[in-house]
Design a protein around this ligand. Sequence first.
Ligand code: FAD
Length: 394
Amino acid sequence: MPLNRSGGRFVYLCDAMPRRQTKRGEERTPLTGSYDVIVCGASFAGLAVARQLAGSGARVLVLDRYEIGERQTSACGIPTDWLRAMGLERSARQEFGELVVHTPYGISRYELPWTFSTFDYRELCRLLWAQCDGEFETAKVDGRSGETIHTDRGDVSAPLIVDALGWRRILASDGGYQPPDAPLSRGLEVHPDGGSDDLEIWIDRRYVPAGYGWRFPARDEQRIGVGSFDPRFHVKDTTVLLADDLERPPVRYQGNWIPHKLRDGTENRIFFVGDSAGQCLPLTAEGIRTAFYFGIKLGDELRAVIEGRHDREAALRNYAEFVDAHERKFRWMLRAQRLLPRLPARIQRAVIRACGRKRFIDWSFGHYLRIAPPEAAGPPPKPVSEQEAVPAAA
Ligand SMILES: Cc1cc2nc3c(=O)[nH]c(=O)nc-3n(C[C@H](O)[C@H](O)[C@H](O)COP(=O)(O)OP(=O)(O)OC[C@H]3O[C@@H](n4cnc5c(N)ncnc54)[C@H](O)[C@@H]3O)c2cc1C
């Protein structure tokens, strides 16, 4: 499979690669100007922040190196109630009331107390952006000096700056994370065509010594992948192996590093949200609803600054405290992530079986959902006309 370097990471080329929509060459006019808020990163976290600022009157600039929704960043599975709470139901592709867990010693079926849905990334981003009224520009963010963001198209500035750029935490003073030494997991998946009924995971050392494999069906495609909690374990071969075992071709690759340790929500007057703040949950690697959850809180804090209800220092303090208040829950999940793979396979299987009791599932999944509950989405902000807000490339 030929490889192409794109945006700092390798992408596997195949005939079904998504068409590049990002502006190139002469279309990339110089970028300049002052804004009230600059949101760097237009995926789950960045768009959630921008959404909370809609109708506030703030001049908001959202930057990403790709067009909105152009480059899928996950298997796109989320508790269905989060899609509803955010007004994003139209992006849903398939809903599951059961989780199927495969181990070398058998299969367990967990009846979930709430449903989980897969969605279409492009459609979800389009719907989310339709709830925003900021400006969007494609530009690669290179760094920052004070209140100025340096991009490959020029400099822009704002007193309120958000890093929603993913695990690299590009605007951090320490130059961000470097794998494989940083607390990162790695995940890779393929997206073959074809339907399937079950939401499935594999806890099996054949695929990964510490981590899990998955198959998330999304109506007419499947997202089959492997995630390793150990960043040194390469998941390419076993992703292909799992796809082979499921008799699906390993096509349309998508993969990235996944942070598994919560980081500070603020640093040097910059706000960090989503993967850049390590807000992806350890053990499950669920980072979409937490990106929404923390993004909404951050957007509300920034809105309070815009509306004169408090100043930037108070917003920095409040948001940092909010993030810190979740540290204990993230730490417990990280402990479970470290412990589970160390158990002998038969004990793992016994634990998985014991956890399958209905009362335990309802209790544990209820607690798990409440780490970032959908009620936190609150009432949707003032709607913005889809016609006006949908980016040209969507
Ligand atoms: C294979 C895989 C499968 C996963 N599946 C799931 C799942 O099913 N459910 C779930 O909840 N979580 C899943 N996750 C985790 C989830 O994808 C992340 O936690 C989530 O994407 C974090 O959202 P974010 O907005 O913080 O960052 P991202 O989604 O990574 O978005 C970062 C954005 O910043 C942009 N960007 C990065 N660098 C620059 C730059 N220099 N200049 C300009 N723009 C830049 C990117 O283009 C991107 O749009 C998965 C992760 C992987 C790797």
